[in-house]
Structures are given as structure tokens and as C-alpha cells.
Design a protein. Structure first.
Ligand code: COA
Length: 141
């Protein structure tokens, strides 16, 4: 049976292992620091999916008072194609709506065609007329 719930500190190791398995970690983003930074910042939007006490999915949502965002959407390779990714996205969407959040954005690496297809299949639209700007404020190394 699957359970969808808010993350917990005791889940840290399994969650980071899943992110690594799903190729979501990058040398310039320490996943432990990303995990720590979520503590106290909209923790209820950091959702995990469990199957028989094993974590098989995650999504880390956020809301800045204007727009929502989703990071670290991951489903364990053995459990893909069963609707779990969509379920995790919908869980965050519902929580964002409850907060009055009108719109959600997310970033997909331009070479990640499969994930772009996934988002398009669940009604997310690519915004061709927008550039994403970023600036590193704190180095993780
Ligand atoms: C993206 C990801 C979370 C999708 O999870 P999933 O559980 O396999 O997705 P679902 O089964 O919920 O699929 C939902 C819909 O997307 C479609 N879909 C899923 N993967 C797809 C793909 N690779 N190409 C095209 N469509 C896809 C499904 O067909 C389904 O459509 P339907 O509702 O019409 O049947 C999973 O592939 C993953 O963890 N990828 C690696 C991590 C990653 O890159 N995350 C995104 C970071 S931006």
C-alpha cells in the first residue's frame, strides 16, 4: 500500500539516495544542505511517497507568496509509469491552492526531454517567451 505524507528528518538518508538514483543531484548543490534549508521553510510542501515503508517518490514544493515552485520531483525507476509522479505533483498543487497560490512554476533542464514530456502530459505549458535568470548567493562547497 502507498502512503503520501510530509517528509521527516528520519527520511533524510532514503530521500537523498533516491535523488541520487534519479540523477537529481548536482556537484554544485549539496543535497544535505538543500534538505537542511527546507527545515522551517514551508515544510508541509515537502512530500514523500512510501510503498511498504520504503520511500519511492519525493517532491519539494515551495511558495513565496506570489508563485509556487516544485523541485526534486522523483519517482524510483521501478515504480515509474504508474501515475505516482502525477500524484505527487497533484498533492503539491492542492496544498498550494489551499494557501491561495495562483500559479506554479518549475525548472526542467533543457536536455531532459522525457521530463518535459511528462509535464506536458499533465497540462504544464512550456514558456518559450521567458528566460530563467539565476544567481548563486551561497556556495555549497
Ligand atoms: C518525471 C517522473 C517523476 C515521472 O514519474 P512517473 O511516476 O513515471 O510519471 P506518471 O506515471 O505519473 O506519469 C504521468 C503522465 O506522464 C506521462 N509520462 C511519464 N513519463 C513520461 C515520459 N518519459 N515521456 C512521456 N510521457 C511520460 C505518463 O504517460 C502519464 O500520462 P497519462 O496520465 O496520460 O497516462 C520520473 O520519470 C522521474 O523520477 N524522473 C527522473 C527525475 C527527474 O528528472 N525529475 C524531474 C526534475 S525537473
Amino acid at each position: 500500500m502507498t502512503v503520501i505524507r510530509q517528509y521527516n528528518e528520519k527520511d533524510r538518508e532514503q530521500i537523498i539516495d533516491l535523488w541520487k538514483t534519479c540523477n537529481l543531484t548536482r556537484p554544485w548543490n549539496d543535497p544535505n544542505k538543500d534538505f537542511d534549508r527546507k527545515n522551517g521553510v514551508g515544510e508541509d510542501l515537502f512530500i514523500i511517497l512510501e510503498y511498504e515503508n520504503k520511500i519511492i517518490g519525493t517532491v519539494m514544493g515551495g511558495y513565496d507568496g506570489h508563485r509556487g515552485i516544485m523541485n526534486y520531483l522523483a519517482v524510483s525507476p521501478d515504480f515509474r509509469g504508474k501515475g505516482f509522479g502525477k500524484m505527487l505533483v497533484e498533492e503539491v498543487e492542492n496544498k498550494l491552492k489551499q494557501l491561495g497560490c495562483p500559479k506554479v512554476n518549475l525548472l526542467v533542464r533543457s536536455d531532459n526531454v522525457e521530463v518535459s514530456n511528462f509535464y506536458e502530459s499533465i497540462d504544464y505549458k512550456k514558456q518559450d517567451d521567458v528566460y530563467v535568470f539565476g544567481k548563486r548567493l551561497i556556495a555549497d562547497d
